[in-house]
Design a protein around this ligand. Structure first.
Ligand code: SF4
Length: 126
């Protein structure tokens, strides 16, 4: 007779614990999310400052992975803006949907560009 061992789910706190170590934890969230009526120039400057904070965050990888998994549509997460994440997701969808021998048409120059920009994300020391 086979003995069944119940599989209990992992504690949810483990999924969110990384947020306790977030560099932005006690900062004003306005820096990371768009304001209504925000112009392009203001958005670029705001995102630049937010990304500088993310660059030194000890949980950048976890934050980025969460944003991709949860399909966070707004704000800077893990050092990436919403539009950058959309491009990353689109690229990986295109690669995943291309079968063996098929040609994948990625946005011009994007693969190498993104690989360089997010080189830090693949580093184990993030
Ligand atoms: S990577 Fe950036 S947005 Fe994510 S927790 Fe760290 S500081 Fe906050």
């Amino acid at each position: 007779m086979t003995r069944l061992t119940p599989q209990l789910p992992a504690p949810l706190s483990r999924l969110w614990e990384w947020q306790l170590h977030a560099r932005c934890r006690n900062m004003n969230g306005d820096l990371f999310f768009p304001r209504e009526g925000e112009g392009k120039g203001a958005r670029i400057r705001r995102e630049r400052v937010a990304k500088q904070i993310c660059a030194a965050c000890p949980v950048r990888r976890e934050c980025h992975d969460h944003a991709i998994t949860a399909d966070e549509a707004f704000g800077v997460w893990g050092g990436t803006s919403a539009s950058e994440r959309r491009l990353l997701t689109t690229e990986s969808d295109q690669v995943a949907s291309s079968g063996p021998g098929s040609r994948t048409h990625l946005p011009r120059g994007s693969s190498a560009q993104w690989a360089r920009r997010f080189r830090g994300l693949s580093s184990p020391n993030m």
